[in-house]
Ligand binder design. Structure first.
Ligand code: ATP
Ligand code: MG
Length: 698
């Protein structure tokens, strides 16, 4: 039954016996499908207990998807399979075993915001100005070490402007530990530490699973690689699937050599190649192949289309990013009119900043959309603040939570005050919850005295939690003055933030109703950070065009895909161009990933002029498509419109008799039919006929 809907090569991979297995194949060839079927096969045909199987996926969402597909295949048994990202699974392990590393099991994961604040504080304590060592450089270097599975002791000596970086890495780790926090990379590294240093725990972890399967293996970094090696070295039942052409996380330390070296590392590994693409039309695949062929260092793989040829993908050259957004909007409406649901349409871009004009135009045109990623739900200020209040209310908060909100709303505690507060807390030797009770009793002076009312509020509201989490949380936000402080941001901004807080509240309610503890909820929130799942204010938007970065699109598929900004500076990104050949190859793979997400229709766009990062650029189309023939990529190029004669230019300030002052965002058309898009300061965005608009340059 698991042979159904599988081709011969897939079937062989699904039914391959024990031992290491590598499935190395191109995009859309059914790698993920093969993993799911292999798990199904292990459980239903070979009698493996579901909870003895571990599946490592690229996102939490992919883990959920895998479970759904398995449930369809084998029924409720699928529930027992353990699946998740490296981070999620590591967190599970560490919740059990972190104590041997000197952390309490209730440690928490530090979010990106607090991590940056911590690094900045650390540099300040060491009197290192940011001109000498920029906080993001220090953080980047530490991350780099952690991705390479190097502890502070193992990190290479690195002096930067006379600063001992390794020492700072040491201090940072010590500070995190003191705060009972781990950062994201620590989750992986600390599991590696368990394996390396604690034989008994290592034995327990290794004995936990009999089969380990990993999707998107091409993007594992050395720390994750070691994690997998050690977890699987006993049983050797490691199945990995991946595509070296889709390795796009080199900048995060991913090392494609792991997949290419698999045979060498795992003696006797079964190698499976899947050569048929089931996803895309022949024409889309032809473009994908033409693009990726430009990379020299690759495993040449055959990838044959199994579907019809379909229409040739198009490239539209647009005047600027607003023109691009309108053209994409138009194409999307056409796709939809021809029967494609909104949710089967995706816009994938290189930089999250590209979403802005798209959003504006889609909103005007009434195209429903949802943005995945960008500033993720759990990275929003109000969400981090609310969670800090909530953990303090639940007495599982720590010093960072307290520091985060001690002056929100303003309580007269500046940077100095925060240092003092942290020192007072440390001197007490108490946990934050206990200490706040002391503060509430009015026995503290200095900065601690200033949070007396907050401490009393937390103490007094705590009993409410037992009746309703919802109420306790809302009361504390209200009575502490936090909600009022949001209002100072303006009505619209405050309303959006309040809406997000309400979304969070119902999410907390729902999770606790399912039996999660407060700490488990915080884990979940931490893992969702910076990833795809929860989005602010978008609860009801199911049938909507999906917008996200190319990096997040890995593994996904859509009927119709639009790729805006296929131009020099964006794809390849300027940073990669500056970096040289390695960076450029990775950008090319990114385009390959984008193209191969499409089943039926694909549209690429470039702009002649683009405002990005505050500057205006006049980019050329991307080098990746420059040499692709017209029979493979259909170019639809209008003559550029000369707008120099009309008196208003893009980016220029203008005044309208009734709408007031604004900035020109776009010009399209020619002659008497020129339309101008203006972002007015008070009247919002308007699209006007230039001829009648009576705009005055100012
Ligand atoms: P990516 O490299 O993008 O992760 P993949 O190799 O994991 O792709 P899948 O997502 O597993 O590919 O499969 C691509 C599409 O092809 C899916 O819609 C899947 O259902 C379909 N497919 C895979 N194998 C077959 C098959 N043997 N018969 C019919 N459809 C198939
Ligand atoms: Mg896949």
């Amino acid at each position: 039954m698991f042979g159904a809907e599988l081709n011969t090569a897939q079937k062989q991979a699904v039914e391959a016996g024990d031992g290491p297995q590598l499935i190395l194949a191109g995009a859309g060839s059914g790698k993920t499908r093969t993993v799911v079927h292999r798990i199904g096969h292990l459980i239903s045909q070979r009698g493996v207990a579901p909870h003895r199987v571990l599946a490592v996926t690229f996102t939490n969402k992919a883990a959920a998807e895998l479970k759904n597909r398995l449930t369809d295949m084998i029924g409720d048994d699928a529930g027992g399979v353990v699946s998740g990202t490296f981070h999620a699974i590591s967190l599970r392990f560490l919740r059990r075993h972190a104590d041997v590393l000197g952390y309490p099991r209730s440690f928490q994961v530090v979010d990106a915001d607090d991590q940056k604040a911590l690094i900045k504080r650390l540099l300040k304590t060491h009197n290192i100005a940011s001109e000498r060592l920029h906080p993001s450089y220090l953080l980047g270097w530490i991350e780099h070490c952690k991705h390479a599975a190097l502890t502070p002791d193992e990190a290479p000596a690195h002096g930067w402007n006379g600063i001992d970086m390794r020492k700072l890495y040491h201090t940072y780790q010590a500070e995190l530990k003191r705060l009972e926090r781990m950062d994201f990379s620590d989750l992986i590294l600390n599991v590696v530490m368990l394996f390396r240093k604690h034989a008994d725990v290592a034995a327990a972890l290794c004995g936990r699973f009999d089969y380990v399967l990993v999707d998107e293996y091409q993007d594992t970094n050395p720390a994750q690689h070691e994690w997998l090696m050690r977890l699987s070295e006993g049983h050797r039942n490691l199945t990995v699937v991946g595509d070296d052409d889709q390795s796009i996380y080199g900048w995060r330390g991913a090392d494609v050599s792991h997949i290419l070296d698999f045979e060498r590392i795992w003696d006797g590994a079964g190698i499976h190649r899947l050569e048929e693409n089931y996803r895309s039309t022949g024409a889309i695949l032809r473009l994908a192949n033409a693009v990726i062929q430009g990379n020299e260092q690759r495993h040449v793989k055959a990838l044959r289309a199994t579907r019809e040829t379909g229409g040739v993908p198009g490239l539209k050259v647009c005047n600027d990013e607003y023109d691009e957004a309108r053209k994409l909007g138009h194409a999307i409406e056409q796709w939809h009119q021809h029967g494609t649901p909104w949710s089967e349409i995706a816009v994938l871009y290189r930089s999250n900043r590209q979403s802005l004009p798209l959003e504006q135009i889609f909103r005007e045109a009434g195209i429903p959309y949802k943005i995945i990623g960008g500033v993720g739900f759990f990275e929003r200020m109000e969400i981090r603040d609310t969670l800090a209040y909530w953990t303090l209310l639940n007495q599982c908060g720590d010093a960072l939570h307290l520091l985060r909100i001690c002056n929100k709303p303003k309580r007269g505690i500046g940077a100095k005050g925060q240092e003092q507060l942290a020192a007072q807390l440390a001197a007490s030797g108490m946990r934050v919850g206990e200490w706040l009770d002391v503060v509430a009793a009015g026995q503290a002076g200095g900065a601690a005295g200033k949070i007396g009312p907050l401490a009393r509020l937390l103490r007094d509201l705590r009993p409410n939690l037992e009746q309703s989490h919802d109420r306790g949380l809302f009361d504390v936000l209200e009575q502490s003055g936090y909600l009022k402080s949001l209002e100072a941001m303006g009505e619209i901004e405050a309303a959006a933030r309040l809406e997000n807080i309400r979304t969070l509240q119902s999410y907390i309610e729902l999770s606790l109703a399912k039996g999660l503890t407060a700490i488990e909820f915080m884990d979940r929130a931490a893992l969702l950070q910076g990833t795809e799942e929860m989005q602010a204010g978008q609860r009801d938007q199911e049938d909507a065009v999906v917008m996200m970065s190319l990096h997040r699109a890995k593994g996904l598929e859509f009927d119709c895909v639009a790729l805006p900004g296929i131009e020099e500076g964006l794809l390849p990104h300027q940073r990669a161009v500056d970096e040289g050949e390695l960076g450029i190859s990775e950008e090319r793979r990114l385009l390959y990933v984008g193209i191969t997400r499409a089943r039926d229709h694909l549209l690429l766009t470039t702009a002649r002029q683009r405002r990005l990062f505050g500057d205006t650029h006049y980019p050329r189309p991307s080098r990746f498509i420059r040499d692709v023939g017209d029979d493979i990529l259909h170019r639809d190029q209008q003559a550029p419109v000369d707008h120099s004669a009309v008196g208003v230019g893009i980016g220029g300030n203008v005044r309208h008799p009734s709408f007031g002052e604004g900035v020109v965002m776009g010009l399209e058309g020619s002659g008497d039919a020129i339309r101008v898009t203006v972002q007015f300061r008070n009247a919002g965005i308007k699209r006007l006929m230039l001829k009648y608009a009576a705009l005055q340059p100012v």
